[in-house]
Design a protein around this ligand. Structure first.
Ligand code: SF4
Length: 427
């Protein structure tokens, strides 16, 4: 059977769709890049915003248009919270809940699940399948907090961590295939291990074990809630294989708003975490998520957020205009903010984000950083134009007469070419 996979949303979803694809292969099916060729389409949806929900529905409709005879299997957060709407879309054969996502291929094909295999990745993928230089490894799922706006907590359930041995084995499988960067994903990474009291492990132990027991050349963390971090956590960055990039979602820079959001952080604690991180990690790139127009957010509250953003000096912000999500507490709060105000506030934070990035790039001119080379853009008489990412997530570009693909090499950062990319020179 030919299976087409499509996904939307966070890195967790990406790592899960890859795992689903590997399982289909393992039990004897082929993956196809074109929906038109598929006998079966698996659509992995997202519900983080209204827009993500709309795109999820659109992906399902598209798959049905392109492959009208294929059965469509829908999974992911949108189908978890809007089951009825999804079930009514033409072509949808089954909806698989997030809790059964790992077993999706087995359930759909009616095959008995296999126990975790020591060498699953190396066997189920071939070197030609290496689509990227970076592999996403899910280490944790679910969250026990109840942030007022969050649909993820509803869609993904309670915290649960993957056993360390499984994670190490999966990483070794990716490394065997030639991946150079491992990205750890989870809904609430800081909660790693909390549900497995017998193992007595936390996120710091997990990172230490990966650094000690695998040959991972570069290790990156995806989004990390700014609480529940083990003590002396940032000491780990003495190992240069850990990327100097942290994504700490703050959501607001005003304590009153944070309180209404039911976030477990406040400005002062966030300040302290950032200070600790910056004291341990040279040239740390700090990124965050911000929600504008949360119910009841006054002009004064928003201005406080804008000031705090400048104080912390983030190098990038993902700015979301608040949209009420089904079943969340915030959807029922009074004083919902109008569309134009949200747009204005979003533009202000986007502009501060851009200024932060420009400052970060300027400050890096002349410094040396390791780059993982990801793609070649063009070729002329003087060589190939390569792009890659530094460990602190600056996209860089250089032209050289040799192959750089999937190598980690030091560069000196030259000047910004635009707001996204810097010129670099191999050392
Ligand atoms: S910490 Fe809050 S925002 Fe993050 S997943 Fe949990 S409930 Fe959602």
């Amino acid at each position: 059977m030919k299976v087409y996979l499509d996904t939307l949303g966070c890195r967790l979803n990406e790592s899960e769709i890859e795992q689903i694809g590997r399982t289909f292969r393992r039990i004897g099916h082929d993956l196809t890049k074109e929906a038109e060729d598929a006998d079966l389409c698996v659509i992995n949806t997202c519900a983080v915003t209204n827009e993500a929900g709309r795109k999820s529905r659109q992906m399902i409709h598209q798959a049905h248009r392109k492959a009208p005879h294929a059965g469509i299997i829908v999974t992911g957060c949108y189908s978890e919270i809007e089951k009825q709407k999804v079930a009514e879309i033409p072509g949808v054969r089954h909806i698989i809940g997030n809790l059964d996502k790992e077993k999706l291929a087995y359930l759909v094909m009616g095959v008995e699940p296999e126990p975790f295999d020591e060498e699953p990745i190396a066997r189920d993928l071939k070197p030609g399948d290496l689509r990227r230089t970076r592999a996403y490894v899910k280490v944790q799922d679910g969250c026990n907090n109840k942030c007022a706006f969050c649909v993820t907590q509803i869609a993904r359930g309670e915290e649960r961590s993957r056993p360390l041995t499984e994670i190490l084995s999966e990483i070794r499988g990716f490394l065997k295939l030639g991946y150079k960067e491992i990205v750890l994903t989870g809904v609430h990474l800081g909660a790693y291990g909390r549900d497995q009291r017998d193992a007595n492990l936390d996120l710091k132990d997990l990172l230490q074990a990966i650094l000690d027991q695998t040959a991972t050349p570069r290790l990156r963390l995806s989004s990390l809630e700014p609480w529940d971090l083990p003590s002396q956590f940032f000491d780990l960055w003495q190992d240069p294989r850990l990327c100097r990039y942290l994504h700490l979602p703050l959501q607001s820079g005003c304590d009153q708003t944070l309180k209404r959001m039911l976030r477990r952080t406040r400005k002062q604690t966030f300040r302290e975490i950032v200070a600790e991180a910056r004291a341990s990690i040279r040239d740390l790139a700090l990124c965050s998520d911000m929600i504008v127009g949360f119910p009841g957010e006054t002009d004064a509250e928003f201005n406080e957020t804008a000031e705090f953003v400048q104080e912390i000096d983030f190098c990038h912000l993902h700015v979301f205009r608040y949209s009420p999500r089904p079943q969340t507490r915030a959807a029922t709060l009074p004083d919902q903010i109008d569309h134009d105000t949200k747009t204005q506030r979003s533009e202000i934070l986007q502009s501060l984000s851009l200024q932060g990035r420009q400052r970060f790039h300027q400050n890096q001119i002349g410094s040396v950083a390791p780059v993982l080379w990801e793609q070649s853009l063009d070729q002329d008489d003087s060589g190939t134009l390569w792009q890659g990412l530094t460990d602190h997530y600056i996209r860089v570009q250089t032209r050289v007469p040799r192959d750089l693909y999937n190598q980690i090499l030091d560069v000196q950062l030259l000047s910004p070419l635009n707001d996204e990319i810097m010129a670099a020179q191999l050392r």
